[in-house]
Design a protein around this ligand. Structure first.
Ligand code: FAD
Length: 429
């Protein structure tokens, strides 16, 4: 088998790997799957267009927004002001919960308000859970923030770092909460979003369109890496000599490849089982883009409506169910969860007995949300510093082991490519 040479060996053809390749002249990119895109892929079944769980674009930079707006055909771009609700005890409450407590029944509203004003704030907090209690008080935490995030992260929230959700956590102080009762002002990071009519995966076609196809290898994974000799081997037995190694695959998969097993064992994360469901007719939920479900009696924590985003005439949904990293999601578990999901959709009034399931697909996102903890964060940073000395860089949501959006992945990839060019490559994106 031939030996390839490249300045940059890119492992993974998701949005991070492809974005890095756009800024490199001399690369070889290997993607395990037959298709590029990683978690930003689209599945089509009959009239239904589904992603790997909803993947919506919230741009904060002009550069990547322009790439989207200029390249996706104008008539295929959907702009939406987000409409999201929390299903709470049979009622719909606007998201985020903490700024919409005035929509609760009076006694629950008083509890939330009282606890908000009598809570004990601290200078610094020990954990994510500790921070939630300190900033919002017992009732807001126990009615929504704790059960919802426990369902999502599938872990004890006191093990997570204070800043586990970074900019994605909708902070609000007392003044903002009170002001929102009269002047509703949704100020979360994703108030509006863009979406291509053909699904999020169509953006991958744009991102990869100009890449030299001879340098992009799908259906071929990197299976071993000899860091000392800067030599990698692929599943097809091909050897690649590289100068810089750009990793975008999950850190828990990458670390054992380079002999960093002890750090790997310490990493914690969740998995998410996603159901994409296509039904025979529309639901009575005609406006919502997605819903948050804190009730632990319901198996899923989030449910989204592609049909309301795309303007389709049949209910087309995604459902997300959180699992711990050691939980097994086999066929039996998937079947059980599908039955539970359909049952819960009925209980929540999203489907009725006449709404037939016409098509479905299930996907396991493993990992889905990394658990950012103080201990592992320090160890990961130390690893990135060591790796950078050998010109090994790990980027992307799972390579950098962080909580970030698709655009954040592209920004980090571009920044790294530029830093390598100028000889100022950073330790961590
Ligand atoms: C439930 C959920 C919902 C989300 N919703 C949104 C959203 O609405 N908007 C948003 O901006 N972001 C969203 N995200 C985040 C988004 O999915 C990620 O930020 C982004 O897709 C990460 O891209 P990546 O390229 O870093 O990683 P990945 O997409 O994981 O790509 C890594 C690639 O590496 C490949 N690979 C693995 N092992 C090997 C190997 N040995 N050799 C070669 N290739 C390999 C994989 O097949 C994969 O293609 C969501 C995430 C989750 C979990």
């Amino acid at each position: 088998m031939s030996c390839l040479k490249a300045e940059h060996l890119i492992i993974g053809g998701g949005i991070s790997g492809l974005a890095f390749a756009r800024y490199s002249d001399d690369f070889q990119l290997f993607e395990k799957e037959d298709e590029l895109g990683g978690y930003c892929r689209t599945i089509r079944k009959g009239p239904f267009i589904w992603d790997y769980a909803g993947h919506f674009f919230h741009f904060k930079t002009e550069e990547f927004k322009r790439l989207f707006v200029d390249e996706v055909p104008k008539d295929d771009i959907i702009y939406r002001d987000k409409c999201t609700k929390i299903l709470y005890k049979g009622a719909k409450i606007d998201y985020p919960f903490q700024t919409n407590i005035h929509q609760l029944p009076k006694d629950e509203f008083i509890d939330c308000l009282y606890d908000l004003f009598t809570k004990t704030e601290k200078e610094s907090y020990d954990s994510f859970l500790d921070m939630l209690y300190g900033k919002f008080g017992k009732s807001i935490v126990e009615k929504f923030l704790k059960p919802y995030n426990e369902k999502l992260y599938a872990t004890d929230l006191s093990t997570l770092d204070v800043d586990a959700m970074g900019r994605f956590f909708p902070y609000a102080d007392k003044e903002a909460i009170i002001r929102n009762m009269k002047e509703s002002k949704n100020s979360s990071y994703n108030n509006s979003f863009l979406y291509p009519k053909a699904g999020a995966g169509s953006f991958i076609d744009i991102l990869s369109a100009e890449l030299d196809k001879n340098r992009v290898h799908t259906g071929e994974s990197v299976v071993s890496i000899d860091c000392k000799n800067r030599l990698a081997v692929t599943s097809k037995g091909r050897e690649i000599e590289y100068r810089h190694l750009i990793n975008t695959i999950p850190l828990n998969v990458f670390l054992p490849m380079i002999g960093e097993n002890s750090l790997c064992e310490k990493l914690s994360y969740n998995k998410v089982l996603v159901f994409n469901l296509g039904f025979s007719k529309k639901s009575s939920f005609t406006d919502e883009h997605w819903l948050y479900i804190p009730d632990k009696a319901c198996n899923f924590y989030r449910a989204g409506f592609y049909d309301n985003i795309l303007g389709q005439d049949k209910l087309s949904m995604y459902i997300e169910i959180g699992y711990g990293k050691n939980d097994v999601i086999d066929d039996k578990e998937t079947e059980k969860q599908l039955a539970l999901t359909l049952d819960n959709l009925k209980k929540l009034g999203i489907i009725d007995g006449n709404n037939r399931l016409e098509a479905y697909a299930s996907i396991v996102m493993d990992p889905a949300y990394v658990h950012i903890t103080k201990d592992t964060d320090a160890l990961i940073k130390a690893f990135f510093a060591r790796a950078a000395e050998e010109e090994i860089y790990s980027i992307g949501r799972y390579g950098a082991w962080t909580y970030c959006s698709m655009e954040d992945c592209m920004i980090a990839a571009k920044k790294l490519a530029e830093a390598i060019k100028t000889g100022a490559a950073m330790i961590k994106s």
